[in-house]
Structures are given as structure tokens and as C-alpha cells.
Design a protein around this ligand. Sequence first.
Ligand code: UDP
Length: 250
Amino acid sequence: MIQLPYKHLGGYRVVAANQQELQSVILQRMALRKVTALVYANANMVVQCAPWHERFDDPRVIVANDGVAMDLAARWLCGGRFPSNLNGTDFTPYMLEHCGRPMRLFLYGARPASIEGAARALQAMGHEVVGQLDGYTVLPEGELIARLRAAEPDIVLVALGNPRQERWIIDHLDELPPAVYTAVGAYFDFLSGLAPRAPRLVRMLRLEWAFRLSLEPRRLLRRYTVGGYEFFRQCWRERHSSARNARATA
Ligand code: UDP
């Protein structure tokens, strides 16, 4: 099995790799029919999932880095930034383009209009959508897992927002059929054209967060201020508690 380098940040073991390296691991695990959870640690996810962060420390789970706050924290506490910004909205299309064959996709999450538009866009890319469920329909316990087993997808795109999407994947790891389960946030909204993505230049300047803030200030202001402070505090605390533990066991 290919081993990727990691950085320990905010209580998570975060892959420090580029898109190509991450893709090789995904393809290898897919070929071996392994359950793989691919989630993205950004400042909001790190804070929201903090109470159960140990559960990400599972060999089936890959945590990739997303966003400028992770890079700043890595420079501050881990001696250098991450080699790439591996957010779901950019890595998911890369993964789908570089699989070497059409993928069987199951889409889970977002509003019905969004999931419909995303399904059409993904089919237009040559992939097969073998199942879908919007993120607001509640099925009886076990029904979604049964649908996943019957559909036999290669990749399940989970778009429920932070931290619901990560929680759903982690909570069901033991019962999920083999596939790649990846948390994709607002990807279906972008794919369907129901939400605008920041212009390329804004993304290159790593200011996508500011673009999103300008669109949804009421919802996101607290996330980027109080949440941002909490993120750096948590990274600092985790760094110092692991250094203390290392000294205590030395
Ligand atoms: N979403 C969902 N069910 C929910 C909450 C959110 O399916 O209960 C979907 C939402 O429709 C959107 C995606 O999750 O398509 C990402 O949501 P949001 O933008 O709120 O998440 P963020 O990326 O800001 O955390």
C-alpha cells in the first residue's frame, strides 16, 4: 500500500501530498475494493468535528487539507505549509477525471434541484449515476445502506455540509459497502449552477472564503471570526498537549 506523508494538526492526521499522490492512493484502495473515507479538514471542520476527532484516526480514513487557515496553522506549528490545497470542490473533479474509466457514482445530499443538476453534469462527464438521495429526505434506519449495497457504486459523493457529512461517513464506516466515500460540501450546488463558485483569480489568491462571506455574511461571519479563533486555539492546544505527552513517555 502506498504511504503518504502526514502532518499532525488540530488533532487530525492530515495528508501532506499533492493531487496526483492522493489520487494514486485512492485508485489503489479502489482496486483492492476497500472502504475509503476521504474528508477535508478546513478550519470549520476541525472545530465542528473536534469532540470526536479520534474517530478520524482510522486506517480507512484519509483526511486532506482544505484552505488557507490550515496552511497558516501548518506554517506556524508544523514547520511548513501543505504541498497542495486539496479541497473537495477541486479534488473531486480531478479524481473523477483521472480514474481511467467511467465511475459508478452515488450522490447523497443537497437539495433535490441541486442533486438533479449535479447528476446531469456528472453524466455529461461520462460517469454513471447509479443512485441518489437528497440531503433532506429521512429514510428508515438501514434503508440507505441497503440502497448503497444494491447500487454497487465506486464513489459516493456526500454533500451534507460540515459536520453532518463527516459524521455520517464516520458513523457508518463498519456497515458501508466497499467504495470511496467523500465529503464534498457544496459541490452539487456548484455543479448544478445553483450556487456561484468564486472566480478563478479569487481562488488563486486563496480568497474563496471572502467571496463566500460576501454572499452569506449572516451565516458565515461567526464561522470565520469566532470559528477562526477557535481553530487556531485548538491547533495550538493539540500541538502542545502532544509535545507534553511525547516528553512524558520519553
Ligand atoms: N445540506 C444537506 N442537508 C442538510 C444541510 C445541508 O443536504 O441538512 C447540503 C446543502 O444543501 C448544501 C451542502 O449540504 O448543498 C453544503 O451545505 P453548506 O453550504 O451549508 O455547508 P458548508 O460547506 O458551508 O459547511
